[in-house]
Design a protein around this ligand. Structure first.
Ligand code: SF4
Length: 245
């Protein structure tokens, strides 16, 4: 039987961080994401950034560097990533030497014993909990950052349609500088700045996760429709659910 997230983390829940008492300015929908990030860096000097290096994430990295971010970029190796995703990570690390790229669960493989190799098919929530959420939660539990920078945008899915720039609740504050950016705007920015976008994006993989759980998006579907398609699952658990970051 595969281990549960609680078992892997060594407890029934992740301790909450201190509630931040710094209130953000009233950023409007047209706010410059760089200004949002600059505010976040001042309010949360311990800010850190998880990333899966999707289009949103690559754009956010570039904007964060412009805003003065020089911290960690946390990537979780589940053992099931496409080679293109790992190459994108490496290209970004070459491009931004001022950032510290950290791969958690490095060296993971489907046969490493963390889960049954085919758990993704029978219980993808459990597979994500052990292979993706737990490594990041363990790291954050030790680091205890007060806020996380992340690349979600309202347009990605109905579940994300209301996310604000600054999101309280859960274990720590989330800063979402791209909340109002559309896919068209992200693509235009990436092209204008010649960013190293995951090549799978141009084959219709608008959101790239692990290879067993990702397919190309079909016309008319939202950007994350290719993730866990047909499995009744839309989030890995990092940003929603009982164990969200
Ligand atoms: S996306 Fe799929 S393979 Fe990757 S951790 Fe989640 S269930 Fe497992």
């Amino acid at each position: 039987m595969s281990p549960t997230l609680e078992a892997v983390l060594g407890g029934s829940s992740v301790p909450l961080q201190q509630s931040p008492d710094t209130q953000p300015p009233d950023f409007g929908p047209d706010a410059d994401p760089i200004e949002v990030i600059r505010w976040a860096l001042e309010a949360h000097p311990d800010l850190t950034m998880p990333s899966a290096f999707n289009l949103n994430g690559v754009v956010l990295l570039d904007l964060a560097v412009q805003a003065g971010y020089t911290g960690d970029v946390l990537f979780v190796d589940t053992g099931y990533h496409f080679p293109e995703t790992l190459s994108t990570r490496d290209a970004l690390a070459d491009r931004y030497p001022q950032l510290n790229f950290v791969t958690l669960n490095a060296g993971a493989t489907p046969e490493d014993g963390q889960t049954d190799p085919a758990l993704y098919a029978s219980d993808p929530d459990a597979c994500c909990a052990v292979r993706k959420v737990a490594p990041l939660q363990r790291h954050l539990k030790a680091l205890r950052p007060s806020a996380l920078l992340n690349a979600r945008s309202r347009e990605q899915t109905a579940d994300r349609a209301e996310i604000p720039y600054v999101e309280d609740g859960g274990a720590r504050r989330k800063i979402n500088p791209l909340a109002y950016w559309t896919r068209e705007r992200l693509e235009a920015y990436a092209a204008e700045h010649a960013l190293p976008v995951n090549p799978l994006y141009f084959d219709g993989f608008l959101s790239v996760g692990c290879w067993p759980c990702t397919r190309a998006v079909r016309p008319g579907e939202d950007a994350r429709a290719g993730r866990w398609a047909g499995k009744g699952k839309t989030e890995c658990g990092l940003w929603a659910g009982d164990n969200k970051l």
